[in-house]
Write a protein that binds this ligand. Structure first.
Ligand SMILES: CC(C)(COP(=O)(O)OP(=O)(O)OC[C@H]1O[C@@H](n2cnc3c(N)ncnc32)[C@H](O)[C@@H]1OP(=O)(O)O)[C@@H](O)C(=O)NCCC(=O)NCCS
Length: 178
């Protein structure tokens, strides 16, 4: 596989190849909800496949990181606001893209496909985006948090520490120069 996988943007008439990531909700979203989300412009889904199956997919939608959330977390306040020019620190929110769904077929887990797709998403919203986008956000299942930490994400809030999902962010500015 090349550094960035070839991705297919899901359209209404596309025949989705078999997929099972081991999580029923994520499987169901792909087969039952992804097209409707695309039609309603609520989330766009991208597929990575081989001849036989869908190896992985993700869906993305526009989002924002509110200053209110940032203020509630010291780490974020120190690290991020320190890096944003002083005059722009009082913005109420900062532009972001949310990964709504992200899953790899169970037969391909731990083969770095997740990492490659994540690198693709980072480059995609830096290089091909037509609007400003500073952060990637994700509501991570608690048992997937380690994967996102390894991909440079951090926690946005401390309030969800004991919840089933944790809100996490990646700062796209950290991978560009200047
Ligand atoms: C979580 C998931 C997307 C990871 O994809 P993957 O292709 O198996 O992960 P990769 O092989 O790219 O792993 C990259 C790194 O993250 C680590 N990692 C992968 N899954 C992890 C997990 N659940 N917890 C902690 N670390 C994890 C790997 O060990 C690897 O570490 P290394 O670079 O030190 O070797 C995949 O397991 C999956 O689809 N799970 C089911 C659906 C799901 O939970 N999706 C997330 C919804 S929030």
């Amino acid at each position: 596989m090349s550094e960035y996988p070839h991705l297919i943007r899901l359209s209404a008439d596309y025949r989705i190849k078999p997929f099972d990531c081991g999580n029923a909700d994520l499987n169901e979203f792909l087969f039952k909800d992804a097209v409707e989300h695309a039609k309603q412009l609520l989330a766009m889904t991208y597929l990575f496949e081989n001849e036989d199956c869908t190896k992985a997919y993700f869906s993305v939608l526009n989002d924002s990181v509110r200053r209110l959330d940032a203020d509630s977390l010291n780490f974020f306040k120190k690290k991020l606001l320190h890096d944003i020019p002083h005059k722009k620190r009082s913005y109420h929110s900062y532009p972001a893209v949310k990964i709504g769904r992200f899953a790899v077929h169970r037969d391909f887990h731990n083969k770095r496909i997740g990492r490659k797709m994540m690198n693709h998403i980072k480059r995609f919203f830096l290089d091909s985006n037509k609007a400003g986008c500073r952060f990637i956000t994700i509501d991570s299942y608690s048992d997937s948090v380690g994967f996102y930490l390894k991909n440079g994400f951090d926690f946005l809030s401390e309030k969800d520490k004991t919840d089933d999902t944790r809100l996490m962010y990646f700062d796209l500015k950290t991978i560009i120069q200047g």
